[in-house]
Design a protein around this ligand. Structure first.
Ligand code: 0O2
Length: 229
């Protein structure tokens, strides 16, 4: 997820705002951190269960490769609000942004993305707010991932609060492309060429072909192992 180009400069610029809004801002960020941890825990629990199932049944596998959480940096928050013509206030952050808390779930094969999505959405404390399927419909540059915005409760000492969390599901292949594309050009101010765009798009397509092929190979190998048993 996006990092500031010059974190120190951004920090200096936003320092007076932080000083002024310290209490409310840090309180809201603490709530987002709690929500992020709630969602990370949900996937760690699923991963534990899948591992257990693997021990019992050698034909199953754990689809979760890794789970990573992050809280959006203040400069990224400010940039997004500014881009949308919105003011930077603590209320505005909570009202207008739904990706302050983010969790990225990396899985093995493309079909795992939907399997994990379903496993999460079956949980009765999870409310689906929005779904963007960049797997079924990749972005023009080749980016693939399934994005969900969910609302989850965090349980505080005297009340419960619903918080928004963005979840990105992608395969290892989709993740390496997105990470490298991020380093190369995502949201960077330079005039790229059609040639570079096309080459990146071709890398995304090639990576997806390999993802699909690997899943087919896995399924075939599973059939062969089953037949031998
Ligand atoms: P961060 O917090 O630094 O990770 P936006 O594009 O942010 O104005 P929206 O609707 O929130 O609006 O965007 P979307 O489509 O839901 O995607 C948001 C996040 O998905 C991004 O977060 C990236 O993590 C990832 N993403 C989306 N498109 C691309 C892409 O083309 N390449 C790469 N590498 N990642 C992408 P941010 O904005 O980076 O914020």
């Amino acid at each position: 997820m996006n990092q500031s180009k010059n974190g120190f400069e951004d920090f200096k610029k936003l320092k007076p705002w932080v000083e002024e809004n310290k209490e409310d801002y840090y309180e809201l960020m603490a709530y987002y951190k709690c929500a992020m941890m709630e969602v990370e825990t949900k996937f760690h629990v699923l991963s534990e269960e899948y591992s257990l199932l693997c021990e019992r049944d050698p034909f199953t596998r754990n689809p979760i490769e890794s789970v990573r959480g992050r809280i959006k940096t203040l400069d990224s928050i400010q940039e997004k609000l500014q881009r949308r013509g919105l003011e930077l206030t603590v209320e505005s952050i909570e009202r207008n942004l739904d990706d302050v808390a983010g969790v990225r779930v990396i899985c093995s094969f493309p079909s795992d993305v939907y399997r994990l999505r379903d496993a999460l959405l079956h949980q009765d404390d999870v409310i689906l707010v929005e779904e963007k399927d960049y797997l079924a419909k990749p972005k023009a540059n080749g980016y693939r991932s399934l994005h969900l915005i969910i609302a989850v409760p965090i349980f505080l000492h005297d009340h419960k609060k619903m918080m928004a969390v963005e979840i990105q599901f992608r395969t290892i292949g989709m993740d390496w492309w997105a990470q490298l594309e991020h380093i190369i050009k995502y949201k960077k101010d330079f005039q790229d060429s059609e040639e570079l765009r096309n080459r990146l798009l071709e890398c995304a397509r090639a990576s997806f072909r390999i993802d699909t092929e690997m899943e087919e190979i896995y399924n075939k190998s599973l059939d062969m192992r089953r037949a031998e048993n």
